[in-house]
Design a protein around this ligand. Structure first.
Ligand SMILES: NC(=O)c1ccc[n+]([C@@H]2O[C@H](COP(=O)([O-])OP(=O)(O)OC[C@H]3O[C@@H](n4cnc5c(N)ncnc54)[C@H](O)[C@@H]3O)[C@@H](O)[C@H]2O)c1
Length: 313
């Protein structure tokens, strides 16, 4: 017991000092030229921007999206960078389809070495207005698909002891937000899954497989069209290119967690130490309770508008 505790305290102190030093000196960035980078949800928003960044860095880029036309546009843009690009239509809500397309990738491209689980959807309605099938779909796309992509690509990473797993979660995967029940729950699930695997892999001897979990606040791609922020200087609605640069940087520097913007670290730290009533007051002050009031999202023309407005006014 004493030896164990002494050992723990020694390690704890050493790693505390190490993280201080690492935060001061500029970190080295890994070379991803020739790596096989698979991005789900590559047809628009962040996925497309990440594809462009990795193509610029000389990686072999594999694009997955349910929307074939949009994915082919990303393919065309990435191809202009002069690297190998592969595009596949894949509905990430389907386990069978993920396994089928993953087999195709392994055969036609090779073993994926950087897996970016980025595809995502949002319903954006108050809980009782959220159709059952959208609750299920949010979980399938935002969280359960990550289990199947890991199952498909992790074994080869373990065999080669080389790879990087990237999870696009959200601030909504760390704190509950009104009008986002299915989205928050699925993003919490994605976060929990990726963190659990991070710990599981860390216990493999000499493990070199990295994990990066990304938790951004809103950024301007259309997914959260209409959402508002009360204090943009604390919690700005970010530009997608800024987010993409930060994500790429976190991957190249092999950071485990990335929260965006910086104020998110403060808000989440406070969440752990204050009372629920203080938390409600903080949420109201930051406008979290009203962020979804004017949510439109990627509205389909024939889709009836959400009653979010009425419910929250
Ligand atoms: N935009 C934000 O404010 C924000 C904030 C935090 C986290 N995120 C997360 O970041 C990721 C990217 O978001 P974005 O803003 O670029 O969204 P986006 O809507 O621009 O892109 C999402 C992509 O996923 C694809 N997709 C949807 N369902 C799919 C399915 N079943 N199979 C395969 N592909 C599918 C879409 O076709 C689209 O190309 C998502 O996981 C999202 O939840 C976004």
């Amino acid at each position: 017991m004493i030896a164990d505790t002494t050992m723990f305290l020694g390690k704890f102190l050493y790693y505390a000092l190490e993280s201080l030093v690492v935060n001061i000196i500029p970190k080295s960035k890994k070379d991803v030229a020739g790596e096989i980078v698979l991005i789900t949800g590559a047809g628009s928003g962040l996925g497309r921007l990440l594809a462009m960044h990795f193509a610029r860095l000389g990686a072999i880029v594999v694009l997955w999206d349910i929307n074939q036309e949009a994915n082919m546009e990303t393919y065309r843009l990435a191809k202009e960078k002069g690297v190998k690009v592969f595009a596949y239509q894949c509905d990430c809500s389907s386990r069978k389809e993920i396994y089928r397309v993953a087999d195709q990738v392994k055969e036609e491209v090779g073993d994926v070495t950087i897996l970016i689980n980025n595809a995502g959807i949002v319903t954006g309605k108050p809980f009782l207005d959220t159709p059952d099938h959208m609750v299920e779909r949010s979980f399938y796309v935002n969280a359960i698909s990550h289990f199947w992509t890991y199952k498909a690509f992790l074994p080869a990473m373990i065999k080669a002891n080389h790879g990087h797993l990237v999870c696009m979660s959200s601030i909504a995967g760390m704190v509950g937000i009104n009008g986002l029940s299915d989205y928050c729950a699925s993003k919490f699930a994605a976060f929990g899954f990726a963190e659990s695997l991070f710990f599981e892999l860390s216990h493999i001897k000499e493990n070199k497989i990295k994990t990066t979990i990304i938790c951004p606040f809103f950024f301007n791609t259309g997914m959260f069209e209409g959402c508002i922020t009360k204090y943009p200087f604390l919690l700005p609605i970010m530009e997608p290119e800024y987010v993409a640069q930060k994500v790429v940087n976190a991957i190249l520097e092999e950071q485990v967690y990335l929260l965006l913007p910086r104020f998110a670290y403060v808000a989440l730290f406070l969440k752990q130490i204050i009372s629920p009533k203080m938390m409600l007051a903080l949420g109201e002050y930051l406008g979290a309770d009203r962020a979804m009031v004017s949510f439109k999202g990627r509205v389909k023309e024939d889709e009836p508008q959400t009653e979010t407005k009425r419910k929250y006014h």
